[in-house]
Write a protein that binds this ligand. Structure first.
Ligand code: GUN
Length: 291
C-alpha cells in the first residue's frame, strides 16, 4: 500500500483564498501582534512566516521584539498595551519564553477575546471540559483536525494515539480528538511499550520532536499518520515519522514539510479573522472551528 498524501499546503491555499475574501469584507483590516522575547532563530523564523502570511491575506501585523533578559514586568507591560489597542485583534506570545519568566502569568495577561493562540489558562480549561466553548482552539491541533475533516478520515470511535504531551500540541490535540469521539491515548517519553499503543492506533499524531522517531513497522496497516514534527537534520527538514517506511503501511500521511506546518499558520489567520469579526461586527461570520 502507498498512503494518500495529506496535502496541507493545498488545503491551506484554499483556506487562504477564503480568508482573503472575508478580510476584504471587513470595514478595517484585522491586526495581529506578536511578541518574541529573545532571539531564538527558529522562533524568529516562525514569526517571520506569520507576518508574511498576514500581509498575504490582507491583515495588519506588528511585532514586539524584546531582549532575552526582559523582565516579567516589562513583558506584561507590553501585553497590557497591546490589550488596550483597538487595532490589535489578536496577540501571540511566541513560546517558549526564557526560563526566568512566568509563562502562566504572561499568558493570563492576554485578554480572552484576543487570545488567538488559545493558551490563556481559562481558555485551556474550557477546551478540556465537556460542553464548554473555548474562545479559540490552539492553531496546530486545530490545523490537524481540519486536515482530518478535509480528507474525511473517520475519527468518531477511532483509536487515536497522540505521541507527546506538550501544552502547545500534544495535550490540546488529545482533547480535540476526545471531543470528536475518538478513544484517545496520550503517550510520551516515559510510556512503556509504546509499540503496543502505536500498532493498535487508527490515527497517530506524532508531536514528540524527535526526527524519524516512529517507523512504518510500528504502525497499524491502513492507519492515518499526522506528523507535527519539524526537525532540522543534515538531510533537511524531517518529521517525527520516517516518511518512507510509514507511507508503505499507512492509508493517509502528512509530509514534512507541506503537511501540518502550513495549516498551523493559516489557523492562526482564521483565529485572528474571527477575533476581528467579533470586535468589528459584533459577530463571527466564520463557523466555530475544529471539533
Ligand atoms: N512555539 C511553537 N509553536 C507555537 C505556537 O503555535 N504558538 C506560540 N505562541 N508559540 C509556539
Amino acid at each position: 500500500m502507498s498512503a494518500q498524501i495529506i496535502d496541507g499546503k493545498a488545503v491551506s491555499q484554499i483556506m487562504k483564498e477564503q480568508l482573503r475574501q472575508q478580510v476584504a469584507a471587513l470595514p478595517s483590516p484585522p491586526g495581529l501582534a506578536t511578541v518574541l522575547v529573545g532571539d531564538d532563530p527558529a522562533s524568529q523564523s516562525y514569526i517571520r512566516s506569520k507576518h508574511k502570511l498576514c500581509a498575504d491575506v490582507g491583515m495588519r501585523s506588528l511585532h514586539h521584539q524584546m531582549s532575552a533578559g526582559a523582565s516579567q514586568a516589562e513583558v506584561e507591560a507590553v501585553i497590557v498595551q497591546l490589550a488596550a489597542d483597538p487595532g490589535v485583534h489578536g496577540i501571540l506570545i511566541q513560546l517558549p519564553l526564557p526560563a526566568h519568566l512566568d509563562e502562566e502569568c504572561i499568558l493570563s495577561r492576554v485578554p480572552l477575546e484576543k487570545d488567538v493562540d488559545g493558551f490563556h489558562p481559562v481558555n485551556v480549561g474550557r477546551l478540556a471540559m465537556k460542553g464548554r466553548q473555548p474562545a479559540f482552539v490552539p492553531c496546530t491541533p486545530a490545523g490537524c483536525m481540519r486536515l482530518l475533516q478535509h480528507y474525511k478520515i473517520p475519527v468518531s470511535g477511532a483509536r487515536a494515539v497522540v505521541v507527546g504531551r506538550s501544552n502547545i500540541v500534544g495535550l490540546p490535540m488529545a482533547l480535540l480528538l476526545n471531543h470528536a469521539d475518538a478513544t484517545v491515548t496520550l503517550v510520551h517519553s516515559r510510556t512503556k511499550d509504546m509499540h503496543e499503543h502505536l500498532n493498535r492506533a487508527d490515527i497517530v499524531v506524532a508531536a514528540i520532536g524527535k526526527a524519524n522517531f516512529i517507523v512504518g513497522s510500528q504502525l497499524k496497516p491502513g492507519c492515518c499518520v499526522i506528523d507535527v514534527g519539524i526537525n532540522r537534520t543534515p538531510n533537511g527538514l524531517v518529521g517525527d515519522v520516517d516518511f518512507a517506511s510509514a507511507r508503505e503501511v499507512a492509508a493517509w500521511i502528512t509530509p514534512v514539510p507541506g503537511g501540518v506546518g502550513p495549516m498551523t499558520l493559516v489557523m492562526l489567520m482564521e483565529n485572528t479573522l474571527r477575533a476581528a469579526q467579533k470586535s468589528l461586527l459584533g459577530r463571527e461570520l466564520q463557523p466555530g472551528i475544529s471539533g
